[in-house]
Design a protein around this ligand. Structure first.
Ligand code: GDP
Length: 439
């Protein structure tokens, strides 16, 4: 997610050695400056950062460790707003009310869905969404689709006023003990008085704990300017940067908190519901400096994987019973973790790999599509025990899945080998065998 930035820090760090002089430090900071500007970080932010890193490093004696420590400290500083919550925090008395605001097309409605999904899946909360964007008629329909897909409740009424629907929704939330209420408000193509008035009225009724401004990363510095205006006119407690997967170089994320004076809280990087990540400064800095972010990865995995199911699966693998049904189940589980690229970026030392892997899409890779088509042509018994397949059945399955018989045979063989390997590795001495294999 932060490929360009991560690379630029790595290059700068590489320029400096253990015991070094001011010239080397200058080289390192010049490199840093150049690449930060190239990544679209605002020039004022770059200037401040460089100055602080230089001062800090000099104070502690010039060397690689000192330079890295200074960079880490100063990066964390520019991403941190004093007193801002770390991650999503809940009001002391539920429900926690969140007002989602932003311009039309910024990704506000999609982000509302993603946030609902995050709170439900990762935080295990009971979430209610209120559709108060009544300007754009399609927005209500869009929210209906999204919320039914992620199985989250929605309050919507195209004929009510935004204030009325918010009141109704909040009453429902009180009565039915929801933990969080997300309110999707109206947007416009540009900032106008009427919109600001409507948002002010909705805010008064909603008394929100959080006001999240959704900014489109693709609009670069424009996103920063509109965020500043919304902060002045309505007040915001956090920014969600959407469409970070576009051709954005990542620099906006680095300067945004400092420039807007409100913390960046989430980043949206994709159109699917799991494509939302918390922005927690020290964790992000760790990722930027190539040290990964194991904490976030563990949280994601813990939320996505049911420990009971995981144990059952391990037993099956140990007994050599892992079958095509289990395979499909596992693929579904993996989807909850988000894109492969973002997962790789969280593993220490793997950020370089993330770039190579590109965006391997589990659902749409040709190989997985082929296996899915094949499995759906098999009977339940055959999925459990592919050995039952004779040549005639293989031909039928190939025809049903639009493949030729060779392809079917190849997948069956691969699968059988993989199951055997997994069984072996899960047994005693498995790790040693694995290490031998890697030699
Ligand atoms: P709204 O008018 O602000 O409610 O915007 P929408 O939620 O309808 O989003 C506008 C478009 O941006 C839609 O096509 C979304 O699918 C897309 N979108 C939203 N967030 C992201 C994101 O993080 N990445 C990408 N690639 N597309 C996004």
């Amino acid at each position: 997610m932060f490929d360009t930035l991560t690379d630029s820090f790595k290059n700068a760090i590489g320029k400096i050695r253990f015991h070094d002089d001011e010239k080397a430090l200058k080289k390192a900071t010049d490199e840093l400056k150049k690449s930060l500007l190239k990544a679209d970080v605002h020039h004022k932010v770059v200037k401040e950062l460089i100055k602080a890193v230089e001062l800090d490093t000099k104070k502690n004696g010039i060397g690689k460790e000192q330079f890295m420590a200074a960079l880490q400290k100063e990066l964390t500083d520019i991403l941190t707003i004093e007193g801002a919550p770390k991650g999503f925090t809940f009001a002391s008395k539920p429900p926690t009310v969140v007002l989602m605001i932003g311009l039309q097309g910024s990704g506000k409605t999609t982000t509302t869905g993603k946030l609902a999904y995050f709170l439900k899946e990762q935080k295990k909360k009971k979430v209610l969404v209120i559709a108060a964007d009544l300007q754009r008629l399609a927005a209500v329909e869009q929210l209906k689709q999204i919320t039914s897909q992620i199985e989250v409740d929605l309050v919507a009424d195209e004929n009510a006023s935004p204030e009325t629907i918010v009141k109704q929704g909040l009453e429902k939330a009180q009565k039915e003990l929801y933990d969080v209420v997300l309110i999707d408000t109206a947007g416009r193509l540009a900032i106008d008085e009427e919109l600001m008035d409507e948002l002010a009225r909705v805010k008064e009724v909603a008394e929100p704990d959080e006001l999240f401004y959704v900014a489109d990363a693709m609009t670069g510095q424009d996103a920063v300017r509109t965020a500043q205006t919304f902060k002045e006119k309505i007040g915001i407690t956090g920014v969600v940067l959407s469409k970070f997967d576009g051709d954005s170089k990542g620099g906006v994320a680095l300067g945004l908190s400092e420039q807007v004076g409100a913390p960046l809280r989430f980043i949206g990087a994709g159109e699917k519901m799991p494509d939302l990540e918390q922005f927690i400064p020290d964790r992000i800095v760790s990722r930027l400096m190539g040290a990964g972010d194991v904490e976030s990865l563990a949280e994601k995995a813990a939320a996505a994987i049911d420990p009971k199911e995981a144990k059952k699966m391990t037993q099956k693998i140990k007994k050599g019973q892992f079958n095509f049904n289990d395979f499909l189940d596992q693929m579904e589980q993996m989807k909850k973790l988000g894109s492969m690229k973002s997962i790789m970026g969280m593993i220490p030392g793997m950020s370089g790999m993330a770039k190579q892997i590109g965006d391997l899409d589990l659902e749409n890779s040709a190989e997985i599509k082929m296996i899915k088509a094949m499995v759906s042509s098999m009977t339940a018994k055959e999925r459990e025990n592919p050995d039952l397949l004779d040549n005639m059945r293989k031909r039928r399955i190939a025809a049903g899945a639009g493949l030729d018989q060779m392809q079917v045979n190849r997948v069956l063989k691969q699968f059988k080998n993989a199951a055997k390997m997994a069984k072996k590795l899960s047994g005693k001495g498995g790790m040693k065998q694995m290490q031998d294999l890697m030699k």
